[in-house]
Write a protein that binds this ligand. Structure first.
Ligand code: NAP
Length: 248
């Protein structure tokens, strides 16, 4: 069955993979991004080449009006939304808590936690059966950092992802009766541009060999898990946190 999906942070990395793999199923994708219009246009082209339809949608997940607008734009283009991937996320430079500024912590929590809550709230408002919706799926992006804690590097980020795990459990119980499945994917070390933001562009390469599978994962390996959770193939999976972490 063809689906309409909104992917936040769909312009690069894991979000782009989830969008392209959705396109390969013939689905239609709202590709949200923050600033990088060129990357978003490339994702749209990849979705179309794969056989789907897509539009780029600029917007900050931490801004309420932008979140409402990204849902509106997706519905205008493709019709009611079936699934939302809460993927947009950021990382600060690796450092200890003692060195972290309030501005940095606020930005991490704003985008990674508040942003995910705002996106999920909009999804709940539109997809809940008691509100006239047809049900649907929400996939949250957690991180193995939620289990590992990321000491001396990103305890702020790790805590924001711990929030995703707890949010996923609670929201799956709240929205199950509304016909909405809620799950999380918890990636390990994945080769994307997010590590450059932490000042370690080679992180996936240098740390990859320390992983049980001996390498970092690819964005597509996470995208496949996300799209399986969006798909009806996972119709009895809700409240689950799926590790895609190479055994880490
Ligand atoms: P990435 O390559 O850095 O891409 C981040 C994406 O998020 C971009 O599309 C970016 O848009 C978008 N974005 C950033 N801030 C935003 C905002 N305020 N509003 C809307 N979009 C925003 O990241 P990634 O590695 O694919 O990570 C995707 C998700 O997986 C994140 O939640 C991350 O925490 C999680 N994760 C990643 C790893 C890993 O090792 N890579 C591991 C565990 C979990 P622009 O292109 O416009 O900047």
């Amino acid at each position: 069955m063809s689906k309409v999906i909104l992917v936040t942070g769909g312009s690069r990395g894991i979000g782009r993979s989830a969008a392209r793999i959705s396109g390969a199923r013939g689905w239609s994708v709202g590709v949200n991004y923050a600033d990088n219009a060129k990357a978003a246009a490339e994702t749209v082209a990849e979705v179309e080449r794969a056989g789907g339809r897509a539009i780029p949608i600029r917007g900050n997940v931490a801004a309420e009006k932008d979140v409402i607008a990204m849902f509106d734009a997706t519905v205008r283009a493709f019709g009611p939304i079936d699934g939302v991937v809460n993927n947009a996320g950021i990382l600060g430079p690796a450092t200890t808590l003692a060195e972290m500024s309030i501005e940095r912590m606020r930005q991490i929590f704003d985008v990674n936690i508040l942003g995910a809550y705002l996106v999920a709230r909009e999804a709940a408002r539109r997809m809940s059966r008691s509100r006239g919706g047809k049900g649907g799926v929400i996939v949250n992006l957690s991180s193995a950092a939620a289990r590992l804690g990321s000491p001396n590097e990103f305890v702020d980020y790790a805590g924001s992802k711990g929030a995703m795990d707890t949010f996923t459990i609670g929201l799956s119980k709240e929205l199950g009766p509304e016909g909405i499945r809620v799950n999380a994917v918890r990636p390990g070390l994945i080769d994307t541009e997010i590590h450059a933001a932490a000042g370690k562009p080679d992180r996936a390469h240098t740390m990859g060999k320390l992983m049980p599978l001996g390498r970092a994962g690819t964005a597509d390996e996470v995208g496949e898990a996300i799209v399986w959770l969006l798909d009806d193939a996972s119709s009895y999976v809700s409240g689950s946190i799926l590790d895609v972490a190479g055994g880490r």
